[in-house]
Write a protein that binds this ligand. Structure first.
Ligand code: FAD
Length: 456
């Protein structure tokens, strides 16, 4: 047999069920990646993710070459390109990972139709992108869990799945054309502090994380300046690490840090099973709140200030500037910045989600859109009207102001927690800092929110 393995968000050889299944045929295998312009048209090809992807593809190609094979890269509409490669290689089967976005579902349906016409079988493998596939655990009377805690309890009780080892050897048919992948240097708009991609890099980071830091995750994960989270999100998004393997290896260590970390990884599966059941939640409110978000020139100006990190609230601005510089933001920063946009400025969550997706290297339809909805109170949060106060959040999660000082250097001269309220300075002292006044006073923002949500 000749099998095509279509890589999508699973750019690795370790713990890779489609590759394992293709090799079981004992014949030749075509590892294929298709760069589909439809992804760019849909706005999902942000420079940061393209740069990370380029690293991943080069790394995968090198690894496959080490096994005696190589990666075949093509550009074009995915169904047409896969069909073309199937004809050129005279392939009998195509293996790929299941996906749950509207795009992934349309791709799968299109491939099924086209490959049938070619007399080629399509195998779609579950459990490649997450730990527990959507639909495997469901509450009584519903196709998906809408509340995290009961989902997590069931998820945790699932038997651990041992990760698959990487293939030892690969035979790829000769004569198949492959394209060069543009390097990060050829892309414009990439964040200067973007982390490198690729399976080897991901594995190195995972080893380091599990041996040095996971133990303190429970106490330190919210410490903005401590940067004590795994930073594995982009590797999980591109599948350079298998979530199943990450959980398997973390759980072997035991301890409260590992348990808290595994619980956090469960959020990925939680959002994925929500999106699988409700793909339209990528664009529409999961729970409609009949919100009348602010629109018009004033709201536009507030949105622009938020994007640029000049809201006048230091912790919000620090988070937004970290995003621009690194293509990544601390989870606590994401919560604060998203709450500020949707609940203090009262701007539509879709605007914020779009901006995050234009920069986040881990930008992911399920995690981004559904976390935004969670914060905006249109999603699965059981306390949809809670509002995070950026001053209190700053004092609590950046008590010495080190995070703000790192990202908002114009305030670096302010000591301790005073950095979170620069507007309290007066006269010449205030004038010494080239930093904007708050866009809105917090009590005013809260009153507007309560009024809009009819909570008064
Ligand atoms: P760690 O704290 O080390 O957590 C380990 C892993 O668990 C992460 O790598 C991630 O895969 C997963 N995880 C952690 N928190 C969450 C969560 N709340 N939801 C889903 N998975 C989670 N995460 C993304 O991967 N892509 C996104 O596009 C994204 N957008 C977000 C938007 C908003 C408004 C918010 C509040 C959160 C968003 N998150 C997103 C979730 C979370 O902020 C990031 O996964 C996390 O900050 C990544 O850093 P880390 O790898 O160091 O996380």
């Amino acid at each position: 047999t000749v099998s095509v393995v279509l890589f999508t968000s699973d750019l690795r050889v370790q713990d890779h069920p489609p590759m394992r299944a293709a090799l079981e045929g004992g014949g030749e295998v075509v590892p294929l990646f298709v760069r589909d312009p439809a992804v760019e048209r849909a706005g999902f090809a942000a420079p940061n993710r393209l740069a990370f992807l380029a690293d991943c593809l080069r790394d995968l190609d090198q690894t496959l070459r080490g096994l005696g094979g190589r990666l075949v890269v093509r550009s074009g509409e995915v169904v047409e390109e896969v069909s073309r490669v199937v004809r050129q290689a005279d392939a009998d089967e195509v293996h790929m990972a299941a996906g749950y976005t509207a795009f992934a579902r349309a791709r799968e349906a299109g491939l099924r139709r086209a490959l049938e016409a070619e007399g080629c079988r399509l195998y779609v493998h579950e459990g490649v992108g997450g730990v527990v596939p959507p639909g495997d655990i469901t509450p009584q009377g519903s196709g998906h869990f809408a509340v995290f805690t009961p989902y997590y309890k069931r998820w945790r009780a699932e038997p651990p799945r041992t990760p698959l080892s990487a293939p030892q050897k690969l035979r790829v048919p000769t004569g198949l054309r492959s394209e060069e992948v543009p390097g990060a240097a050829e892309l414009s708009g990439v964040s200067p502090g973007l982390a490198p991609g690729g399976e080897r890099e991901g594995r190195k980071q995972l080893r380091y994380w599990l041996s040095h830091h996971v133990e303190s995750y429970e106490e330190r994960h919210d410490d903005l300046a401590g940067d004590a989270t795994s930073r594995l999100s982009a590797h999980l998004h591109f599948g350079t690490l298998s979530a199943r393997e990450v959980v398997f290896r973390a759980s072997r260590g035991g301890g409260p840090g590992a348990a808290a970390f595994i619980r956090q990884v469960c959020w990925r599966d939680f959002h994925q099973q929500v999106l699988a059941a409700r793909p339209e939640a990528a664009r529409q409110d999961y729970r409609s709140r009949d919100d009348h978000w602010r629109r018009g020139p004033e709201a536009e100006a507030d949105l622009a200030a938020w994007r640029e990190g000049r809201t006048g609230y230091p912790v919000v601005d620090a988070a937004m500037r970290q995003l621009a510089h690194e293509g990544w933001m601390h989870n606590r920063g994401r919560l604060i910045a998203a709450s500020f946009l949707t609940k203090t400025l009262y701007v539509d969550w879709r605007e914020g989600a779009r901006h995050f997706l234009s920069l986040l290297v881990d930008g992911d339809v399920a995690n981004n859109q559904l976390n935004w909805q969670w914060v905006a109170g249109t999603g699965t949060d059981s306390r949809p009207n809670r509002v995070l106060n950026p001053v209190l959040q700053g004092r609590r999660y950046d008590p010495h102001g080190a995070y703000v000082r790192r990202w908002v250097p114009e305030l670096a001269g302010l000591g301790g927690a005073a950095i979170h309220e620069p507007w309290r300075l007066t006269g010449a002292e205030r004038a010494a800092y080239d930093y904007p006044d708050p866009l809105i006073a917090l009590p005013e923002g809260l009153a507007r929110f309560r009024d809009a949500r009819r909570l008064l």
